[in-house]
Design a protein around this ligand. Structure first.
Ligand SMILES: [Fe+2]
Length: 130
């Protein structure tokens, strides 16, 4: 299981746990060489979860007028665009090794890095200003 730092807001920790679980489920499906349609469904779930999770963080940041909001939001947009690209690629090429590689390395590293550089500070600011 991927190790990641805890922040001071429970809802964010729950979202991160769900993200890690959905990523783990995808890796298991790929490992087991599951049918592509099952992988499609799990990818849709990860994408949908990520959109909701980011939207909720963005709503809270706006509510407390978090000054670096644009920086945090732009990283969210980059991640969603990258996710959409990889989903599209998977759907056209069905390259399980490439999908797995992306989930294992960049996605895992992104999550830990994003929590460290964005979410920790954001959660602290929201908690102080609520
Ligand atoms: Fe975030």
């Amino acid at each position: 299981m991927l190790e990641y730092p805890q922040v001071v807001l429970d809802f964010m920790n729950r979202d991160h746990a769900e993200f890690v679980a959905l990523r783990g489920k995808l890796l298991e499906l790929l490992e087991a060489q599951a049918p592509a349609e099952k992988v499609d469904t799990a990818l849709d779930e990860l994408h949908e979860h990520t959109r909701r999770h980011f939207a909720e963080e963005e709503r809270m940041m706006k509510e407390v007028a978090f000054p670096p909001y644009p920086v945090h939001r732009s990283e969210h947009l980059t991640v969603l665009a990258d996710m959409a690209d990889h989903m599209e690629k998977w759907r056209t090429e069905r390259d399980a090794a490439a999908l797995r590689e992306w989930l294992e390395k960049p996605v895992g590293e992104w999550l830990v890095n994003h929590i460290n550089t964005m979410d920790l500070v954001t959660a602290g600011f929201i908690k102080m200003n609520q």
